[in-house]
Design a protein around this ligand. Structure first.
Ligand SMILES: NC(=O)c1ccc[n+]([C@@H]2O[C@H](COP(=O)([O-])OP(=O)(O)OC[C@H]3O[C@@H](n4cnc5c(N)ncnc54)[C@H](O)[C@@H]3O)[C@@H](O)[C@H]2O)c1
Ligand SMILES: O=c1ccn([C@@H]2O[C@H](COP(=O)(O)OP(=O)(O)O[C@H]3O[C@H](CO)[C@@H](O)[C@H](O)[C@H]3O)[C@@H](O)[C@H]2O)c(=O)[nH]1
Length: 427
């Protein structure tokens, strides 16, 4: 049984901790936020991630998973340390590495015996080389440590599925020394292992997210062209997706990509490229298309409601996508802010989150949220929204406009119920 300290009890740290414990390792997950650790030690889960609570509870009961806020003590007592702290964006688009710096300082000041330090956080190319150099600069002999870059590819809302059925596990190393332990650590993962350099692993992570974002912006641009020619975009997506060289994944057109990863990782990659004088025309275009999606959908709404001032608009879904409670860089919140700017009275409903935003009214009941609304906007594709009782919806709204901002509704069904269906790239 391998003993490991996971630093950070956020979306990645908690999921990784639970999975590594399930694989048979003994995991201590630490966080500086005492309230999070207190919650976890009381059996409560600070985030919404389907199935995570049960998996944590099971492994805690089996004695394989522990939580603590004594970071130094945990580092001292474990020879493997996995870093899963945040790397949020700075104002200029580069990555804020202050949490990484802090934990590296803590490890360096605590180290007494051999450690494998695994960076799971998404960090810009060159960061793990820099961490390696810090250890050397602090006088720590090369025999005392190995730095490993081990980026994470899970999606929120699907985190457990992704972590137990990964497409790949990527390890960037400087020597072969930690490889045997790394293989053992992820023994339960059963995925192709990719070994590369420290910076190679970092680039695989950024290139993956940049490619996914590119697919989404491509889909959104094609959907605009379909819209102009009165073509059903979903037919085009199906036609595209059946070509195995293209694939159907990440071709869903809509409000665009948000969340704590795709936007920040794209900006950070752009920043890394510019630092080395590499042009990023494609990445720039991907971000540009994404940034204009909200305006595009508001223009659609304006075709039927030219003046939004005083209108009651209900938005279903406030997180950045379904099956999560994460509001970071949510396109829905950006849309809500635009609606408020235009003078609309905004009401919201979300299955998980009660949105606390000034000038908006959050509801606990999906149908109550639409009473006397002029328009309803579907901002995330929760299954319960797609399966709504449209006759009930029609009976409650004052005007009957449904703006499908995630291309997830059947326009025909909506129209049959006497509602007006709006979308981009809809016939
Ligand atoms: N969220 C995702 O779906 C996802 C997927 C893949 C990769 N990533 C990357 O993983 C990293 C973590 O993302 P997240 O969404 O889990 O972040 P998060 O903000 O949910 O969690 C980070 C946690 O680290 C803790 N922390 C910060 N400094 C600490 C320290 N010195 N000691 C102990 N704990 C500390 C924070 O208190 C917080 O609880 C980021 O680099 C992100 O880009 C995220
Ligand atoms: O066809 C699609 C697919 C997604 N989205 C949007 O794109 C955003 C991101 O979605 P998704 O990638 O599913 O969520 P994340 O949890 O942010 O996961 C991404 O970011 C993680 C953090 O780096 C990576 O680990 C994952 O592999 C990568 O998919 C969301 O706003 C989605 O609504 C679309 O608009 N169209």
């Amino acid at each position: 049984m391998i003993k490991i300290c996971v630093v950070g009890a956020g979306y990645v740290g908690l999921t990784t901790s639970a999975a590594l414990a399930e694989f048979g390792n003994e995991v201590q997950c630490v966080d500086i936020e005492q309230s999070k650790i207190n919650m976890l030690n009381q059996g409560l889960i600070p985030i919404y991630e389907p199935g995570l609570g049960e998996l944590i509870q099971k492994n805690v009961q089996q004695g394989k998973l522990h939580f603590s806020f004594d970071v130094k003590d945990s580092i001292k007592n474990n020879s493997i340390i996995l870093i899963a702290v945040g790397t949020p964006p700075k104002e200029d688009g580069s990555s804020d590495l202050s949490y990484i710096n802090n934990i590296v300082d803590t490890i360096v000041s605590t180290i007494q015996d051999y450690k494998i330090v695994i960076t799971k956080s998404t960090v810009p190319p060159g960061t793990n080389e820099w961490i390696h150099q810090i250890f050397l600069d602090m006088g720590i002999d090369e025999t005392m440590f190995d730095i490993v870059s081990n980026p994470e590819f899970l999606r929120e809302g699907m985190a457990l599925w992704d972590i137990f059925h990964p497409n790949k596990i990527v390890f960037g190393t400087k020597t072969n020394r930690p490889i045997k332990v790394l293989k053992k650590l992820y023994e339960g993962g059963r995925a192709p292992l990719i070994f590369t350099s420290l910076t190679g692993a970092e680039m695989i992570k950024y290139a993956s997210n940049a490619f996914l974002a590119t697919k989404i912006s491509f889909a959104n641009e094609i959907a605009r062209i379909c819209d102009a020619y009165n073509v059903e975009y979903l037919d085009v997506a199906k036609g595209l997706g059946t070509d195995s060289r293209i694939g159907r994944h990440f071709l869903n057109a809509g409000l665009g990509f948000g969340g704590s990863c795709l936007p920040k990782d794209l900006s950070s990659l752009k920043h890394s490229a510019l630092r080395k004088n590499v042009d990023t025309k494609l990445l720039d275009a991907v971000l540009e298309v994404n940034d204009s999606q909200i305006e595009l959908y508001l223009k659609k709404l304006n075709t039927l409601l030219p003046d939004l001032a005083g209108k009651k608009i209900t938005v279903w879904g406030v997180t950045f996508k379904p099956n999560t409670d994460d509001l970071r860089f949510s396109p829905s919140i950006a849309l809500i802010n635009e609606l408020i700017n235009k003078g609309a009275r905004v009401h919201t409903y979300d299955p998980i989150v009660q949105l606390q935003l000034p000038s908006t009214c959050s509801h606990t009941d999906q149908y109550e949220s639409i009473s006397n609304s002029d328009a309803l906007i579907i901002a995330t594709e929760w299954e319960q929204f797609c399966d709504s009782n449209w006759a009930d919806v029609k009976s409650r709204m004052s005007r009957s406009i449904i703006l499908d901002a995630r291309n997830c509704l059947d326009g025909e069904t909506i129209r049959k119920n006497g509602l007006v269906y709006l979308g981009v790239g809809k016939q």
